[in-house]
Design a protein around this ligand. Structure first.
Ligand code: 6GU
Length: 224
C-alpha cells in the first residue's frame, strides 16, 4: 500500500511514522508513506497557499491552485483509489471505514487547515471526508496520523501475531475483554481463576462474555 499525505506542516508528520509498528511496516515494505509539503506548490515566491475568504469573515482559506498542482503531480505518477480530506465536518472515523481503506492500493490524504479548503477542492478532487471525532483540532495532521496508524496496523504482516489485530476492540463489533499478566496475586488483588485454568474453550467463553458485558455497560450503542 502507498499513502501520500499532503500537508502545510509536514514536520508534524515526521515522528508518528518513525517509531515501532509503523516504522517496521515501512521497513518490511508493506507500506510506503510519503509526506508532501503543500508550500512547494505555492502560487508565488512567498509560499502563499491560503487567502482571505470571498464575502469576508475571519480566517484564511486554503487555495485550490496549490492543492490542484500537488494532486496532479501525484496522479501523473500513478492512479489513486481515494483522495481523503481530513476535516472536523467529515464522516466520523470507525473501524469499519478503516478496514475498507486498508484494502486500497494507493491513497492520498489532504490535511485541512485554517478555515478549511476552497469548496471546489472538495467538490472536484476529494472522494472521502474524514473526521476523527467531535472536537476541533488546529489542523488535519494529527487526524491523518490517526487514520494512517489505524490502517497500517491491520495490514497483513504488520503485527507479528496476526490474530492480535483480529481480537482488537471494535474488530468484532465489541469492546475487548480485560487482560491480566503476572503476578497472579498482587497484594491480594487476584486474577480471575478461569484464566489460570488452562481450559482454552472455557477461557474463550469467559472472554466473549466479558466482551459482551463490557460493551453493554460502556458502549450499548455498539450492540444495536
Ligand atoms: Cl481530521 N481535522 C481537524 N482540524 N479537526 C478535527 C478533525 C480533523 N477530526 C476531528 N476534529
Amino acid at each position: 500500500m502507498r499513502i501520500d499525505i499532503i500537508s502545510c506542516q509536514p514536520d508534524l508528520l515526521e515522528s508518528p511514522f518513525s517509531h515501532s509498528i509503523l516504522k517496521r511496516a515501512q521497513q518490511k515494505g508493506i507500506v510506503e508513506i510519503h509526506v508532501h509539503d503543500l508550500r512547494q506548490f505555492a502560487i508565488n515566491k512567498y509560499g502563499q497557499i491560503d487567502d482571505y475568504a470571498f464575502g469576508g469573515g475571519a480566517g484564511m482559506v486554503m487555495m485550490i491552485e496549490p492543492i490542484a498542482k500537488c494532486l496532479a503531480a501525484l496522479q501523473e505518477q500513478r492512479s489513486y483509489d481515494a483522495v481523503i480530506y481530513m476535516t472536523p465536518d467529515g464522516e466520523t472515523l470507525t473501524q469499519n471505514a478503516v478496514n475498507r481503506f486498508s484494502l486500497l492500493q494507493n491513497i492520498i490524504i489532504l490535511c485541512g487547515h485554517y478555515k478549511g479548503v476552497d469548496e471546489r477542492v472538495r467538490e472536484h478532487f476529494i472522494t472521502h471526508e474524514v473526521s476523527i471525532g467531535d472536537y476541533v483540532l488546529s489542523g488535519g495532521e494529527l487526524g491523518a496520523a490517526v487514520l494512517t496508524d489505524a490502517i497500517i496496523r491491520i495490514l497483513p504482516g504488520v503485527l507479528n501475531d496476526e490474530s492480535s489485530a483480529l481480537t482488537d476492540s471494535f474488530q468484532d463489533g465489541l469492546l475487548a475483554p480485560p487482560v491480566y499478566t503476572r503476578p497472579a496475586d498482587y497484594n491480594g488483588w487476584t486474577v480471575p481463576a478461569v484464566l489460570l485454568s488452562g481450559d482454552t474453550p472455557k477461557i474463550e467463553q469467559w472472554r466473549f462474555e466479558q466482551a459482551i458485558a463490557r460493551t453493554e455497560q460502556r458502549r450499548p450503542d455498539l450492540l444495536k
